[in-house]
Design a protein around this ligand. Structure first.
Ligand code: GLY
Length: 332
């Protein structure tokens, strides 16, 4: 059941434990958490459908890892989503190249695929890498061959709509707006954490470009004893700071997940020579206590939170002055 306002305020105040949100103006009563399980947190408004699928899988007896994987399938199979899986914006040669990773907080297990082509569910290939090989990451043609050997079908991921848009881009060599990555984090009733991340990456990128999303510690990190964090935005600016790992480390030091996201952005902004509006960073985080939060360099970064009886799109803390693109994604 959704938390009543009174219960929510009591629990959030308890969760906050007097914590000041590092200079943000959030009142303690507004600091988000849930005691209901399983609990799923993901990037962007489109994460809500994915979370709801994760919840269904968990309620049918799936593990939190199964739930994360199957939730991400929803975004990967949605041809209207221009930044994940089928219908993703292709690279500069008109080929859709996908990045994904998955991480199990139990045993710090991880699997990843980078620049994989022609496979509908890279998150599941990443899971097979984790479950079936001695490795953590496979890339390019090797990742695709592994997927085919594992029984994944070869599919054409470039939709007619994206092909036409790519042809127009090729004529003009213009910029690409991008809805961006799904990062989905889960926590079950036994306190087990898992996370996954999947994207088609930067629209019209150089062929072979790999972003933050399949890099453990950059686009995603899960520490089974602390919490999980995921990133969306301009991968180059996430990778240079191991940013999801940093979010988790701030949670390890005792910060609330929202505060950990804010502090990570502040640290990057302090180190990076570029203006904040050029960084395009957004993070979601979830800790082992069920506290969650998000922050972005843009005002209005949306993220989705789902647990039994509750599923909503919320807005993270805006740390900078960046601009959200016309369809909700990051403007580049
Ligand atoms: N965050 C997704 C990417 O930059 O590829």
């Amino acid at each position: 059941m959704p938390l009543s306002r009174r219960r929510f305020m009591r629990e959030t105040a308890l969760a906050a434990g007097g914590l000041a949100l590092a200079g943000t103006t959030r009142a303690e009563k507004d600091i988000p958490m849930s005691t209901d399980r399983p609990l799923f947190v993901s990037t962007w408004a489109f994460g809500k459908d994915a979370n709801e699928q994760s919840l269904r899988i968990a309620e049918q007896g799936g593990s939190v890892l199964d739930a994360v994987e199957r939730g991400i399938h929803v975004a990967e199979a949605d041809a209207s989503n221009a930044s994940v899986g089928l219908g993703g914006i292709p690279n500069a040669r008109g080929v859709v190249q996908l990045d994904a990773c998955i991480m199990d907080g139990e045993g710090q297990r991880a699997g990843s695929v980078a620049a994989i082509e022609g496979i509908l569910h890279p998150i599941s290939v990443a899971r097979r890498v984790m479950d079936e090989t001695k490795h953590v990451m496979l890339a390019g043609e090797g990742a695709r061959q592994f997927a085919l050997e594992q029984g994944f079908a070869s599919v054409d991921l470039l939709t007619e709509e994206r092909r036409k848009a790519w042809e127009e881009w090729r004529e003009k060599q213009g910029a690409a707006d991008n809805h961006d990555t799904i990062a989905l984090l889960g926590l079950d009733g036994e306190g087990r954490l898992a996370g996954g991340c999947s994207t088609s990456g930067w629209g019209y990128k150089l062929p072979g470009r790999v972003g933050d999303s399949p890099i453990i510690g950059s686009g995603l990190y899960v520490d089974g004893g602390v919490g999980a964090a995921g990133a969306t935005g301009l991968g180059e600016n996430v990778m240079r700071y191991c940013a999801s790992f940093l979010v988790v480390e701030y949670m390890r030091q005792g910060l609330h997940p929202e505060e950990a996201c804010v502090e990570t952005i502040r640290r990057i902004v302090a180190l990076d020579p570029r203006p904040v509006e050029e960084l395009h960073l957004n993070f979601v985080a979830l800790d082992k206590q069920g506290r969650f939060g998000a922050a972005g360099t843009n005002e209005g970064f949306q993220y989705a939170v789902t647990y039994p009886g509750y599923s909503e799109v919320l807005t993270g803390v805006g740390v900078g002055t960046g601009e959200i693109g016309p369809e909700g994604g990051n403007r580049r």
